[in-house]
Design a protein around this ligand. Structure first.
Ligand code: WT7
Length: 648
């Protein structure tokens, strides 16, 4: 029913937007018909040290595979975020920091101050032996120093790898080891919703498992934490002795900028590697067009810097565009459910960008929390990270945006660097729940999942991208074969997104969710295999199978089927212990919602687990389990059905 509601482009948007419907159509055509000219034009948004003359050299065919953008250009991304603004807007606020608790003093850094802090910290990194190309692990809360750390790495050509500060010591150690980084930046503690997160203690635990020479620690909450002589460095003390001058390193467009680990369908997270030039053009362009961003506007992306959204749309995109970017340390429901909207009013935020899971959680608490705030500064609302259901979309539009603000439902991935499919506020009539139309240069296609042939018109299937775009990841760090294997072998010559998708009769794209063994919990991406391997690490567990289940707030919840070892009693205590175990092994975001003990898992005679059946039971859609005749022992299904929480 919802699909039939379409919100036309408001007249004032059509008249004043940077990109209106005609401009979109023209620019889109130009971007795919003549990519070299189009991207040469868009590259002008960057201050190059040496301007690129070669624009696009890409091929998705595995025997001739290459992705190169602006390959003879050189630049420094930190200089593009900072130095270039000093003359024109040096005293404008670059970062507005809103702390966890509203009574804690907030902070703001002008472009000049951020530049100075970045140079000092860059010099500290050099002093600690960090060189161009070295990997630096960042495990910091949402404080301005996190942006300083990223920019300092970019300034000296070091490659940052941010690990979300909610990940466990084991997950951190795994990521440190994978990219062979010997330096970790952290703080004493983090603070979220009034709760302390023991970041330094986590780093200490990770250091027992990984080879780390230097830990630079920011004092944030002031907690008394152990300090390891010879390894640990006090951030503020060390930075005070550093020069505020640091020449930006001249980087090639294809030099690595950052690594960000993300989940795939195997147990081991992938180090997604992004390079400098193409990413810069992509993050800057998409930030400007998607949000219709104009200098002077206060812009707020509520994502954590531990996710790609924080990289592209809290730090790099907005700062390249000279924006005032708001960084929020806290959570939407602390001290109460009005917090988001109070912050919007406090700073007169014009663009607000968040994940549907947060919106659904707030929606449940009723409209009053929203309505008692003004929100009249808001112009564009953004959604990111997971499909937004039409109910949440309507609430966002009607209640939060007072039916005035276009919603940009941005579909993209860690791998894509920035927005791929999204409405533009002045160009597209909105259909609630649809990511709508491709960004410039993006050529999506829907293919038949079975044989990969491209489907035309109104259809449904697997979402692929036919040609490269500048913000595309270049490799999986240390494992190029895995990169090719994961993204380009399923449908040869095409980039496979892992998502299912429908295209309607008007050409709108609707993302239907992952069709691989990846689930999306509260907008956080999780490999079912990662949770499975955490479970089987427990002594009592013989085997585990994990699937997603529908969840009102999280979008998807985690449903684990566990077969215990011979002789182990399947008690309530064990169930709770396993839930805590996964929490500790991976982090709170991986906490299973359901653990069902299963004496056997439904396997084919060749030993492959039939996940389809497990998904159906988890979804309580057991009317038609499909063909179970190939199961080695069909009776296990009866047991699973009888013992599912839905049956009780
Ligand atoms: C997966 C990527 C996008 C950056 C943050 C998450 C899902 C993302 C949408 C959207 C429907 C979405 C997809 C995608 N997803 N945005 N607007 N509508 N689904 O990045 O952790 O790499 O996850 O998130 O399934 O593949 P990520």
């Amino acid at each position: 029913m919802h699909e039939h509601v379409t919100h036309p482009v408001p007249a004032e948007w059509a008249a004043n937007a940077k990109i209106d419907a005609d401009a979109y159509a023209l620019k889109y055509r130009a971007s795919v018909d003549d990519p070299d000219s189009f991207w040469l034009g868009e590259a002008q948004r960057i201050d190059w040290m040496r301007a690129p003359t070669k624009i696009k050299d890409t091929c998705f065919d595995t025997d001739n595979f290459r992705i190169k953008w602006f390959e003879d250009g050189t630049l420094n991304l930190a200089a593009n975020c900072l130095d270039r603004h000093l003359a024109t807007r040096g005293d404008d606020v670059a970062i507005l920091w809103e702390p966890d608790h509203p009574d804690t003093p907030n902070r703001q850094l002008t472009y000049r101050e951020l530049h100075e802090a970045t140079c000092r910290f860059a010099n500290l990194l050099k002093d600690k032996g960090v060189k161009r190309g070295d990997r630096v692990t960042i495990y910091l809360p949402m404080v301005p120093e996190a942006a300083v750390a990223m920019l300092a790495c970019a300034r000296i050509g070091a490659v940052h790898s941010i690990v979300f500060a909610g990940f466990s010591p084991d997950a951190l150690a795994q990521r440190i080891t994978d990219c062979e980084s010997t330096i970790v930046l952290t703080s004493d503690e983090g603070l979220r919703g009034g709760k302390k997160v023991p970041l330094k203690a986590n780093v200490d635990a990770a250091c027992a498992k990984a080879k780390v020479d230097t830990v630079i620690m920011l004092r944030h909450t002031g907690a008394d934490v152990p300090f390891v002589e010879g390894r640990d460095v006090d951030w503020a003390e060390a930075v005070a002795g550093m020069s505020a001058h640091c020449e930006p390193e001249e980087m090639n467009a294809e030099d690595p900028l950052f690594i960000l680990y993300t989940s795939g369908s195997t147990g081991k997270p992938k180090g997604v590697l992004h390079t400098t030039g193409g990413y810069a053009v992509w993050a800057s362009m998409t930030h400007e067009y998607t949000f219709d961003y104009r200098p002077g506007q206060i812009y707020w992306c509520a994502a954590d810097i531990g996710w790609v959204t924080g990289h592209s749309y809290v730090v790099y995109g907005p700062l390249m565009n000279g924006a005032t970017t708001l960084m929020f340390e806290g959570v939407p429901n602390y001290p109460d459910f009005s917090r988001f909207w109070q912050v919007v009013d406090k700073y007169e935020v014009e663009q607000f960008y968040a994940a549907p899971t947060a919106l659904r959680a707030l929606m449940r608490e009723g409209d009053e929390w929203v309505k008692k705030t003004s929100r009249k500064s808001l112009k564009v609302l953004g959604s990111v990270g997971e499909p937004i259901n039409p109910e949440a979309w309507d609430w966002y539009y009607d209640v939060v945006g007072d039916k005035r603000c276009p919603i940009v439902d941005t579909w993209w991935q860690t791998e894509t660097g920035g927005h791929m499919i999204t409405p533009l506020p002045g160009a597209h009539a909105l259909k609630p729940g649809s990511a709508s139309f491709p960004m410039f240069g993006v050529q999506p296609a829907v293919v038949d999942p079975a044989d990969g042939h491209v489907l035309e018109g109104a259809t449904e299937g697997a979402l692929v991208i036919l040609d490269s775009w500048p913000g595309q990841m270049r490799t999986v760090y240390g494992d190029h074969d895995r990169f090719i294997q994961t993204y380009f072998s399923q449908y040869p010559g095409k980039y496979f997104t892992g998502d299912g998708c429908r295209r309607d009769e008007d050409g709108y794209y609707w993302i239907t969710g992952r069709i691989d063994d990846v689930i999306n919990v509260s907008g956080h991406r999780m490999g079912t295999a990662e949770v499975e391997s955490a479970l089987v690490d427990h002594d009592a567990v013989a085997e585990a199978a994990v699937v997603g289940m529908p969840h009102d707030v999280k979008g998807q919840g985690i449903y684990a089927y566990v077969t215990t070892m011979e002789g182990v009693e399947n008690t309530e205590e064990l169930r709770k212990e396993l839930i805590q175990w996964v929490r500790k092994e991976i982090g709170p975001i991986a906490t299973p919602d359901v653990v069902q003990f299963a004496p056997g898992l439904p396997k084919t005679r060749s030993g492959k687990i039939m996940r389809r059946i497990l998904r159906k039971i988890a979804e309580n859609d057991t009317g038609n389990l499909g063909d179970t005749s190939t199961l080695a022992d069909p009776s296990v299904v009866d047991d699973l059905l009888a013992n599912s929480p839905h049956a009780k």
